[in-house]
Design a binder for this molecule. Structure first.
Ligand code: GLY
Length: 377
């Protein structure tokens, strides 16, 4: 496994559970984009027009979350922060309201559960919302998990399942003829493998050692995220995730049970930079303040930026790549945390049987023509 983020960890864990001898190469397993992510499981509220196929995968993964989180906790004793709290997506002006009404109609046409609320009813649910909120969508099925806790639990579960951790960066993928044979690590170790899974997030698109036509078409999409602390007294600050689109940008507030309030996220396509910028922080706070004015009173405890791995259709790349021995688990873009359970199951199936399960076939690594179409490893 190249990459010990949550996608690499879940794949390694599930593969080891199915009896495969598995190693993960990563200098800091459990890190990556999950250290930054808010952990919304927002299959319905983040629905995009034209992404109905991805919706099916997102919903299937969301449905697996309760059992997945319970299994991890039972095995490791670690809580993942899975919280079935629901989400409220609100509109701040007449244009937002019209857009949200359209989204509601689209969601309803797909049989999704989402309820239209007046501004007053939104504020009844979340009293700290701005008085000007014009209406909103109550989606009781969009929950949250804490990605840092999830990563810690996955790391422990993988260790318990016998996964070996090689705490080094990967210098390059090793090839012999038309076959990937493993990886050379930065510490000089060569790791030989029958199958090498590339699960390096946005780095997957520029890993050394692969011919250009085999590199997955994955680009970095920067997200800046803030963490604040909610007051312990006076009842919950927010009881569920609250989000909106403000001036075309998504802003969301994810309240954790431990008092952390995660505020995200920018979406910037300027390469590999992970600087937290004054402009990014300003825009997030400005937009969130329009939504919930009281946030400016809260202590700001952390600012961080990460890189989402974006693919051409913003859906994941799963399964066999253009070279024998290479398997992809990358390109999850905005849905890496949501798609963690189902990615682990799908990749374990590929590694054991050579076949992607039916639900994952629309996301086969070869769909952009850069990789083999057949699903064997
Ligand atoms: N899914 C939330 C984000 O990527 O910002």
């Amino acid at each position: 496994m190249i990459g010990g983020g949550i996608i690499g960890l879940v794949t390694a864990w599930r593969a080891a559970q199915r009896g495969l001898r598995t190693a993960v190469a990563d200098p800091e397993p459990g890190g990556g984009a999950a250290r930054v992510a808010a952990g919304m499981l927002a299959a319905v509220t983040e629905l995009q027009y034209g992404e109905q196929t991805l919706l099916d995968l997102n919903l299937a993964s969301a449905n697996r979350y309760p059992d997945f989180a319970a299994e991890l906790t039972e095995l490791t004793g670690l809580d993942t922060g899975y919280r079935p709290c629901g989400t409220l997506a609100v509109a701040l002006d007449a244009d937002d309201r019209a857009d949200l009404r359209d989204l509601h109609a689209f969601q309803t046409s797909l049989g999704l559960h989402s309820q239209w609320l007046s501004g007053r009813d939104c504020r009844r649910l979340e009293p700290l919302l701005a008085p000007g909120v014009r209406g909103g969508l109550r989606v009781d099925g969009d929950h949250q998990v804490d990605p840092r806790r999830l990563a810690a639990a996955l790391l422990r579960a993988a260790e318990l399942a016998g996964v070996t951790f090689l705490r080094s960066a990967v210098a390059r993928v090793e090839c012999a003829g038309d076959r990937v044979t493993g990886a050379l690590l930065a510490d000089g170790t060569t790791v030989a493998a029958d199958r090498t899974v590339l699960a390096a997030g946005s780095e997957s698109g520029r890993i050394a050692g692969l011919p250009q036509h085999v590199l997955p078409p994955v680009r970095p999409v920067k997200g800046q995220v803030l963490r604040l602390r909610m007051p312990a007294a006076h009842g919950p600050f927010l009881s569920r995730t609250v989000r909106a689109v403000v001036r075309g940008s998504h802003v969301y507030l994810v309240p954790r049970e431990n008092g952390e309030l995660v505020l995200g996220a920018t979406s910037e396509e300027f390469g590999w930079d992970t600087t937290v910028t004054a402009g990014g922080v300003y825009e997030l706070l400005r937009d969130a303040h329009e939504l919930v004015p009281g946030i400016t009173e809260l202590p700001l405890t952390e600012t961080l930026a990460g890189l989402r791995p974006g693919s051409p259709d913003n859906a994941p790349l799963l399964g066999a790549a253009a070279l024998d021995g290479l398997v992809l688990a990358t390109g999850h873009h905005r849905n890496g945390v949501l798609l963690t359970p189902i990615t682990g199951d799908a990749l374990a199936e590929v590694l054991v049987s050579g076949e992607l399960p039916d639900y994952a076939r629309p996301f086969a690594a070869g769909r952009f023509g850069h990789a083999r179409q057949e699903q064997t490893v």
